[in-house]
Design a protein around this ligand. Structure first.
Ligand code: HEM
Ligand code: HEM
Length: 158
């Protein structure tokens, strides 16, 4: 993949928009669970379920984000190339992308395809939130303890 000097405005905008939508999706999941139950108990229409709408928006925006990243590239993680910290950052970001795609796909399969993967979807969503928490704490550690200005990379386009 191409290495750039910084993230573009689109990459930065998508990072924060997707982050906000994922957190709201996580908090609204229960509503989708209740709608599923009502449906199973014989309701014919579920009405508008915000969680499904949010989740689909996350899926579409993450696919877009991945395409932008593959096309434009991304800056190398700070640190010595090949070091454990750089490898951890690269694989951590890959894991985030994997979960950002797999979790909505699990929700999609439950809601639209009627597959019995609701629990797996919930488990994946909780795992995603845990990885995100670690990601955010590491970003803050870089910014305020290592003082390497990492947060600025996701604030200012280059
Ligand atoms: C649901 C929440 C979040 C997700 C899914 C997420 C995901 C990601 C991913 C996949 C990257 C890799 C770069 C890319 O391709 O965009 C990244 C970079 C980054 N994120 Fe997040 N992020 C989230 C929340 C946060 C939060 C809350 C912070 C700050 C406290 C943060 C700070 C950063 C920074 C500084 C980078 C750039 C790292 C670098 O330059 O190597 N992110 N994020
Ligand atoms: C990143 C995006 C998503 C996150 C973070 C997320 C998170 C969650 C969470 C935490 C739950 C469990 C709620 C509970 O019962 O307490 C849940 C349930 C559910 N979600 Fe998602 N979700 C996402 C995307 C989607 C999408 C795209 C769909 C459908 C198109 C969807 C459909 C559902 C359904 C149907 C349930 C209920 C499952 C069941 O009770 O068997 N989700 N979601």
């Amino acid at each position: 993949m191409k290495t750039t000097t910084g993230y573009s405005g689109i990459q930065i905008g998508l990072h924060w928009l997707v982050a906000i939508l994922i957190v709201i999706a996580w908090f609204t999941g229960e509503g989708a669970g209740e709608a599923m139950e009502a449906f199973e108990e014989g309701a014919t229409a579920t009405g508008f379920v915000p969680h499904v709408f949010l989740g689909l928006a996350v899926l579409a925006l993450v696919v877009l984000r991945l395409l932008v990243r593959l096309g434009r590239g991304a800056p190398a993680a700070p640190g010595v190339p090949g070091s454990a910290a750089v490898l951890a950052a690269d694989w951590g970001h890959r894991l985030l992308y994997l979960l950002m795609i797999a979790v909505p796909l699990g929700g999609f399969s439950t809601w639209f395809l009627g597959l019995d993967v609701g629990e797996l979807h919930e488990l994946g969503a909780n795992l995603l939130m845990l990885v995100v928490l670690g990601h955010a704490l590491l970003a803050l550690y870089h910014q305020y303890v290592l003082k390497d200005g990492l947060l600025r990379r996701m604030m200012k386009a280059e």
